[in-house]
Design a protein. Structure first.
Length: 249
């Protein structure tokens, strides 16, 4: 195991029915780092995040969160992880405040009222606190989902295309939540290379359920990143395997 890894994935395999989705995925993310998962539709990005979040049980392989097995210590995983999915997964008939209260209760948090109000302020929704989620815009729902994900102050944040379709203000709040480097570990899936270049420390390229390459973003321009992505997806399987090992080191 990588001693400073916040997230470590070993040999993950997932199939939906007879269709393989993840075909032996391995990677590690150091504490405080931000890893972007980039790949075409169907590459396995969302499935991979759902496995790490404990929502899907893999057919084979292992997930370690801060050195603890997700399978043998799921309670630690629940406390360590905050998840913002592509869909908000909020209850439409509850108000913004009520949604946060429900999740605070599920986490068994103390100081619920103070946490909820602080969360609403953090994402700029205090004036909409008593509005039902069904009446909120897409950007507001994603801000509320972010507040929910951060409510228990997780050390690991998982984002599944959380920036997609956000308005300018919501996008600003998301970037602010990711603002402190060296703090929370982030693993996120995105199709937006501009967002990836702005946020990520490293990028893992996925294709057909495998890691096709991995690069550090330091010193890379957006054009450079696009070229690396194209190269990773164009390489033959044997070349991709070698590339993934070489770039990860």
């Amino acid at each position: 195991m990588t001693s400073d890894a916040a997230v470590e994935v070993r040999g993950l395999r997932v199939a939906l029915g007879d269709q393989p989705v993840l075909r032996g995925v391995d990677f590690a993310v150091a504490k405080g780092k931000r890893l972007a998962l980039v790949g075409p539709n169907g590459a396995g990005k969302s499935t991979l995040l759902r496995v790490v979040a404990g929502l899907i049980r893999p057919g084979a392989g292992e997930v370690l969160l801060e050195g603890r097995s997700l399978t043998s210590d799921p309670w630690h995983a629940r406390r360590a992880i905050g998840l913002v999915a592509h869909h908000s997964m909020l209850h439409p008939d509850l108000t913004a405040r009520e949604n946060l209260r429900v999740f605070a209760g599920l986490y068994g948090l103390d100081g619920v009222a103070e946490r909820v109000e602080a969360g609403l302020r953090q994402v700029g929704l205090e004036r909409r606190a008593d509005d039902r989620a069904a009446t909120l815009s897409r950007g507001m729902l994603q801000r509320l989902a972010l507040a929910r994900a951060l409510l228990h102050n997780p050390s690991i944040l998982l984002l599944d295309e959380a920036e997609t379709g956000l308005d300018t203000r919501a996008h600003k709040w998301l970037l602010a939540a990711l603002g402190e480097r060296g703090g929370r570990t982030v693993v996120f899936a995105s199709h937006d290379l501009g967002f990836v270049r702005e946020v990520a420390d490293e990028v893992a390229f996925l294709r057909s359920g495998r890691v096709a390459g991995r690069v550090d973003t330091a010193g890379l321009s957006l054009d450079d990143l696009g070229e690396r992505y194209a190269d990773a997806l164009a390489a033959r399987p044997a070349e991709r395997a070698g590339q993934a090992v070489g770039l990860a080191g």
